[in-house]
Design a protein around this ligand. Structure first.
Ligand code: ATP
Ligand code: MG
Length: 143
């Protein structure tokens, strides 16, 4: 078994009808989908999820964005999942993202950047638990 990361297809990804294309990129890169749902974050959930950024000037607009419509959290598994997924999505700012990355291909700005990826194994475990109850994960991981 590889390790895990949490992806979120953000509300801009859903609005632009890019769920299918982005998931194709993710699975073609060798990630296995272990759990997935579509959900709309409450303000409290979005504030909690991005708590590390609460002092930043963009915090309120980030929370507005993340609560603006449904998103698609996905628990992914692969060897070296956290680093490989961040490589696949590219830099936070799409203008700085490498060619071929998901953000370079689809994102329009540093805020509206299509997809989230966990930044450490520790945060991946916390973030996956945030969206997927233990029972659901155990059932899905049972392969
Ligand atoms: P994510 O955590 O969503 O995977 P990231 O790790 O690349 O993205 P972070 O620094 O954790 O980037 O920022 C979290 C999110 O906050 C970004 O994905 C983006 O949507 C938003 N954000 C970050 N910096 C800015 C900024 N300067 N202006 C507006 N929004 C920003
Ligand atoms: Mg981050």
């Amino acid at each position: 078994m590889g390790n895990r990361t949490l992806a979120i297809l953000k509300p801009d990804c859903v609005r632009k009808n890019l769920i299918g294309e982005v998931i194709t990129k993710i699975t073609e890169a060798g990630f296995k989908i272990k759990a997935m749902k579509m959900t709309r974050l409450s303000r409290a959930a979005a504030e909690g999820f991005y708590e590390v950024h609460k002092e930043r000037e963009f915090f309120n607009s980030l929370v507005d964005f993340m609560t603006s419509g449904p998103c698609v959290p996905i628990a992914l598994e692969k060897e070296n999942a956290v680093a490989d997924f961040r490589k696949l999505i590219g830099s936070t700012d799409p203008s700085e993202a490498a060619e071929g990355t998901i953000r370079k291909l689809f994102a329009e700005s540093k805020q509206f950047n299509i997809v989230h990826g966990s930044d450490s194994d520790e945060n991946a475990a916390i973030e996956i638990a945030h969206f997927f109850p233990r029972k659901e994960l155990l059932e899905n991981y049972n392969d």
